[in-house]
Design a protein around this ligand. Structure first.
Ligand SMILES: [Zn+2]
Length: 169
């Protein structure tokens, strides 16, 4: 049975069925990983307190009809806004190691504009996908495109994330 152990930042948690919880992690050794905690009621007492979004944990997974969390220990709480954690969960590809981004996040720096820059989508050199304006205002996680403020308002639907510290060229 394949087993994985890594430091990880808890990005997101979602209920799965009646009693399981699905977690999204940014792990130092394996990149983003999605894993579930079986039987939340049982896990509530033991692990759930460690697995709050923003916690940096040492986590152990096993591969067993998908990844399952078998152990987690909180090392510290990282001061990153919940929506930034959720943004990371949306843009990170599964299973790709991102050491530079890991270092930033572990130090508590993970605003969307910084994360995008480190991942190779630099807002400073981006242009609106619709009108070519270089004053980019938002990033659409589904299409991985930037938009200016005016085009952002035209409603690309879900997945639009505003970029703070808007860059002016
Ligand atoms: Zn535009």
């Amino acid at each position: 049975m394949q087993e994985y152990v890594s430091e990880a930042i808890v990005l997101k948690k979602q209920p799965l069925g009646d009693c399981d919880i699905r977690y999204s992690f940014f792990t130092r050794r394996f990149g983003k990983m999605i894993a579930k905690a079986k039987s939340a009621r049982k896990i509530t007492s033991k692990l759930a307190g460690h697995l709050e979004p923003g916690n940096l944990v040492r986590v152990r997974f096993i591969e067993k009809t998908g990844l399952q969390i078998t152990d987690a220990l909180k090392e510290k709480k990282i001061e990153i806004a919940l929506e930034h954690l959720s943004f990371l969960s949306d843009i990170l590809p599964e299973g790709e190691v991102e050491p530079a981004l890991w270092a930033l996040c572990a130090a508590g720096h993970c605003a969307p504009s910084e994360a995008l820059r480190v991942l190779g989508w630099d807002p400073e050199h981006a242009a609106c996908a619709t009108c070519d304006s270089i004053r980019v205002y938002s990033f659409h996680t589904n299409s991985q495109e930037f938009f200016c403020e005016r085009c952002s308002m035209k409603g690309k639907g879900n997945g639009i994330v505003l970029i703070e510290n808007i860059v002016t060229h």
